[in-house]
Design a protein around this ligand. Structure first.
Ligand code: HEM
Length: 121
């Protein structure tokens, strides 16, 4: 697939992904159910890894160098409800940045497939 055909390129590349991730974490850290999971976490590193991760999911020319999803969320006891809220905030952040329906759904499908790695570990 050439870069011109990737979701990453279509939605506006690095700038777009950075805006999405920034809005996404604003929503996550504002939610009293979710905020405690992130206590004491290096937010700058989290943000940088999330930009890489979403870029890679969207087919961008970016290497993700964080932990794999099971490892990153191990021992946190993340519930299905928490996961669904996080996925909803990602959806809202994508829409708020003008990502169209088809690309939003494609990204959410990829992310939704990670649920068994993230929940209940
Ligand atoms: C919706 C799917 C999710 C994706 C795609 C995702 C993605 C990521 C990524 C890429 C990292 C960075 C890993 C690293 O720095 O090595 C991370 C870390 C983290 N995630 Fe998630 N995550 C998801 C859901 C959740 C949920 C539902 C929670 C909790 C409610 C959560 C809490 C955390 C925390 C606390 C960290 C920091 C771990 C650390 O630095 O020790 N994540 N996540």
């Amino acid at each position: 697939m050439s870069e011109a055909e990737t979701i990453y390129a279509e939605i506006g590349g690095r700038d777009a992904v950075e805006s999405v991730v920034s809005e996404f974490y604003d929503r996550v850290f504002d939610d009293p159910l979710l905020e405690p999971y992130f206590e004491g976490i290096d937010r700058e590193q989290l943000y940088a890894h999330q930009v890489q991760f979403i870029s890679a999911v969207a087919g961008g020319p970016v290497d993700y160098d964080g932990a794999d999803m099971q490892e990153a969320h191990a021992g946190m006891g993340i519930t299905g409800e928490a996961f669904d809220r996080v996925a909803t905030y990602l959806e809202e952040a994508l829409r708020a940045n003008g990502v169209d329906e088809a690309n939003t759904e494609a990204i959410l499908t990829e992310v939704g497939a990670l649920k068994p790695d993230v929940v209940g570990q």
